[in-house]
Design a protein. Structure first.
Length: 472
């Protein structure tokens, strides 16, 4: 059964007291109370006494002045040291890099979510073992503080893991911290039950169903926590699936990862709404509005999502492919559900909607073969030996490490220009992601050096002007 305050009971009566911590925790505690006072006099505890948050701060301060509080403090320090040693040993055993800021182990172990969880478990175990020998005051305050710390650490670390570069994540972290500590203060001062009761009394009609303000607040918190947890789980699955995948396998795993992310978010949203007591049939009107919105205003958004799954499924475009879209050339670095990221060799990134990749012409330079052919033109004087020039040009291309030997570079005499003979040097490379201009520049430098070393002239543009007038 659930209670919203300290029950008025006679001494030596027992009851169950449900402190609703906004559904984050619902510890059901067995208490002995005297006229709405949760803490009995500071005497040796018997096997039948457990305590909850105080309803009178003066009684709390009186109990904190008892000598037994020092023993409780010593027990808490020992539990903290043991929890710290366990977390550090786990971090060392898993060989976690120092710069990795994980959710449970953090950067130093003590700043992760695992440390307060282990410490809370130890405190609960010690309280259970020593309940017949020691009255608990400080430890009863430490337990809700540790619960609040666990919630803060989990939310903050998960948000940082899911949104590592988001600016609003910092504000959310501070808001969650302040809110958790505020709820703790309200619980300790016994104001939280009355606040929740007032929120439950405020109701509004929605689709023929009365929904209280408390349900709305709990729904917002529950949905937020479930969605963040679902996204964190999908991010972890992303890392496991994509860490060692390459080529076409990478695109397939990316498609599976995106599908898992969508399913987790959808299922999490449905479970969260059901958990807070909201009838999903009441959202039928909202679902119809969303359907109409997709049919009219959101059709482009829906089309981009569907196009993303089609691209990943048929593998016409893969992560790592060199493509040219709408005049922008670069490498595909990521394929999301709604858009694709193309990064050029100059460092610029283009966000391309997935629908554009399906309905427009896209040049995939590495779909079936990653090899790319390039060429450069050279003019030499008409008096040059064409066989010597051809050999020198082939040598200039062959000396470059990134130029393939099979097929080998080719040299062709393509035109008799107005100033000289025009040769074309063609060659193949298989790593365009490392740059194409640098290879072309290196070959041109080598061509110029070889031609100068063999005294082969590169002609300047020349024009002959005839003056028909007798007057100069």
């Amino acid at each position: 059964m659930s209670g919203l305050g300290i029950l008025q009971l006679q001494q030596s009566q027992w009851c169950f007291f449900d402190v609703n911590f906004l559904d984050v925790t619902r510890p059901i505690l067995l208490i002995q109370t005297t006229a709405a006072v949760a803490f009995p006099p500071a005497v040796a505890s018997t096997s039948n006494t457990k305590y909850v948050g105080p309803t009178d701060l003066s009684i709390l301060f009186e109990r904190l002045s008892q000598p037994t509080v020092l023993y409780e403090l010593l027990v808490l320090v020992v539990c903290g040291l043991v929890a710290w040693l366990i977390v550090n040993r786990l971090r060392a055993r898993q060989n976690v890099p120092p710069e990795k800021n994980g959710v449970f182990l953090g950067r130093k172990g003590i700043d992760g979510a695992l440390f307060p969880i282990v410490l809370l478990l130890f405190v609960l175990f010690v309280r259970f073992v020593l309940k017949d020998y020691l009255p608990f005051t400080l430890m009863q305050l430490a337990i809700p503080m540790l619960v609040a710390l666990v919630v803060i650490r989990l939310v903050v670390k998960v948000v940082r893991s899911v949104f590592p570069d988001a600016r609003w994540a910092r504000r959310l972290e501070r808001s969650v911290s302040w809110l958790a500590w505020l709820l703790l203060v309200l619980w300790v001062t016994d104001l939280l039950p009355s606040l929740l009761a007032d929120m439950s009394a405020l109701t509004l009609a929605f689709g023929g169903i009365d929904i209280s303000l408390r349900q709305v607040v709990e729904a917002v918190f529950t949905v937020g926590l479930v969605l963040v947890a679902a996204m964190w789980l999908s991010t972890a699955i992303d890392h496991k699936l994509l860490s060692k995948a390459q080529g076409s396998e990478l695109s397939v795993r990316k498609a599976v990862s995106n599908m898992i992310r969508v399913m987790l978010v959808f299922v999490g949203l449905m479970v969260a709404l059901t958990a807070v007591g909201i009838d999903l049939t009441a959202l039928s009107v909202l679902g119809g509005a969303i359907g109409v919105g997709i049919g009219f205003g959101l059709q482009k958004l829906a089309s981009n999502y569907v196009s993303g799954f089609v691209i990943l499924a048929e593998r016409s475009l893969r992560i790592g492919d060199m493509v040219k879209v709408d005049g922008f050339e670069g490498t595909i670095t990521d394929i999301r559900a709604r858009f694709t990221v193309v990064r050029s060799l100059t460092g610029q990134e283009s966000i391309v909607p997935n629908e554009m990749l399906l309905i427009n012409r896209v040049e995939n330079l590495s779909l079936a073969d990653r090899r790319i052919w390039q060429s450069t033109n050279v003019s030499v004087a008409y008096s040059s030996d064409v066989h010597v020039v051809s050999a020198l040009l082939a040598q200039a291309a062959t000396t470059q490490e990134r130029v393939l030997r099979d097929p080998e570079p080719t040299v062709s005499l393509i035109a008799f220009g107005s100033d000289g003979l025009v040769f074309t040097v063609g060659y193949w490379i298989q790593d365009p992601e490392n740059g194409r201009m640098n290879v072309l520049s290196a070959i041109n430098f080598e061509i110029l050096r070889l031609l100068q070393a063999h005294a082969i002239e590169i002609p300047y543009p020349q024009r002959v002007v005839h003056l028909k007038s007798d007057k100069v």
